[in-house]
Design a protein around this ligand. Sequence first.
Ligand code: PAF
Length: 291
Amino acid sequence: MTDVVRDPRALREYIEMAHRNRFSLGFVATMGALHEGHLSLVRRSVRENDRTIVSVYVNPLQFGVALDLERYQRVLEDDVALCSAARTDVVFAPSVRDMQPPGRATLVTLSGITDDFEGVHRPGHFDGVATIVATLFNLVRPHRAYFGQKDFQQAVVVRRMARDLQMPVDVVVCPIVRDADGLALSSRNAFLSDADRAEALRLPRALVAAERALLEDDASPAAVRALLADAMSSERDDVEMEYGDLVHPETLAPIHRLDGHGVLLGLLRVGSVRLLDNRVVASPGTPAWGD
Ligand code: PAF
């Protein structure tokens, strides 16, 4: 049975009880509209922890454009049913008033790793993410928190924040879940028409081609960047690669020679839908990423 908790004070009581009983706590932060990608995180948390808490909170702090915030799907009942089927213990669904009390003066800001990619295209976005995730970590006090690799830069930001602020939480980054055609699952996919979806597939295909060129044809990182741009170009004016790059998986700085791990990051805009994807690559002899 999954409890739905809306009041942060009630959540605190539950967390106190769980810590008193020495339960290990797993946490999955979401904005709802749950799909298999989220559920893979929830299932892993359930497997690895005594209790799992999932938050469902559409965070106004991380949306630059009011329209994106308005059109974000809100389907709490469905989300709770899915969490319940995945044996989540608590769904925490707080109000904006409780999470953003009037007069809030604190923002968590990271530098360097937020300067490029989503940081450029969505100014202020990572301040909103880091602030809300720090707030949620303080409320839930999880031992492990699970984030999806699809939002690679977000996962790097959360890991670094937890490390820099010495938060006692293990940030676990879980593999991307894809549809059969290769498109990474995202709540944004619901906004794609069939024709848009055919365009969207340029993104995962470009990343696979780039990985192959890098590892099998020994292409240089510069050639790989050109390949990404080429593979994502479309005859449609409203389809545009916002970025495609090969970067270091911790610093997100561009890689000029692959020695160890790298990550191919891509963002393709199809109409008004921004689609993210990535692939972690490794030079020969490098252990699997995350080992
Ligand atoms: O990835 C998301 O859904 C959000 O950015 C998160 C981590 C729940 C913070 O609001």
